[in-house]
Design a protein around this ligand. Structure first.
Ligand code: SF4
Ligand code: SF4
Length: 216
């Protein structure tokens, strides 16, 4: 179960600056278990956003937000509410935020920080999507995690070796930084890449950071 904690409200409101209409999503799985994005927290967030002058076009709490097929199916019933929103605020761990970015063509805002895997988690068994860094940066990368999905864990990419959309370290996998650029271009939000992301402070995570690869 991924352990997550809501980001400070001020940080969330900074993310939402310039967006008037928001759709809020939570998860009945890990986020409900940890009190970061279940039914209660989604209802509270809706009231808070309304108090702050935002319009909440709709909200939903999905059973397992990191299950892309399930999430896609569930969100079909909210087409109008999602279309009316400027962006999506996702109250769950990094895996769930990335699902929403994958299935909805909207800007996604991470409302939580993921601190630890806390054991196994459900989806994307074939590939790691979140390395539980404790200070989620998906806001600046279109909802794709370069810490987990870039071979060099680059925070400001791509590296000079990205070729034809493939990773130079393993040409069998896509270069996530190319995917980030393509996704933000599609959303008309390449401006998000103008911000320099400082080196990570791993002390806020319950893990010790990405595994170190040693070459002999
Ligand atoms: S930036 Fe990546 S590793 Fe950090 S919490 Fe978000 S998804 Fe997880
Ligand atoms: S090619 Fe892309 S995914 Fe591979 S290390 Fe460079 S930036 Fe990261």
């Amino acid at each position: 179960m991924l352990i997550s904690k809501q980001k400070p409200l001020e940080e969330i409101l900074n993310y939402l600056e310039g967006d008037k209409n928001i759709f809020v999503i939570g998860c009945k799985g890990c986020a409900e278990g940890w009190g970061s994005g279940g039914e209660k927290q989604v209802a509270e967030m809706k009231s808070t956003l309304q108090e702050k002058g935002k319009a909440v076009t709709g909200s939903v709490v999905v059973d397992m937000l990191c299950d892309a097929a399930l999430t896609k199916l569930k969100l079909r019933s909210y087409k109008k509410e999602i279309a009316a929103a400027d962006s999506m605020l996702v109250l769950t761990d990094g895996a769930g935020v990335q699902t929403v970015a994958e299935v909805v063509d909207k800007v996604v805002h991470p409302g939580c920080n993921t601190l630890s895997a806390g054991g196994g988690h459900a989806e994307w068994k074939e590939s790691e999507r979140c390395l539980e860094c404790g200070d989620c940066m998906l806001e600046f990368t279109g909802g794709l995690c370069p810490i987990a999905r870039c071979s060099k864990h680059l925070l400001n990419g791509p590296c000079g070796g990205s070729q034809g959309g493939k990773c130079e370290v393993d040409p069998g996998i896509p270069c996530v930084w190319q995917q980030i650029v393509d996704h933000l271009a599609k959303l008309g939000r390449l401006d998000k890449l103008e911000r320099f992301v400082a080196p990570k402070n791993w002390s806020v995570s319950l893990t010790s950071g990405p595994p170190v690869k040693r070459f002999s």
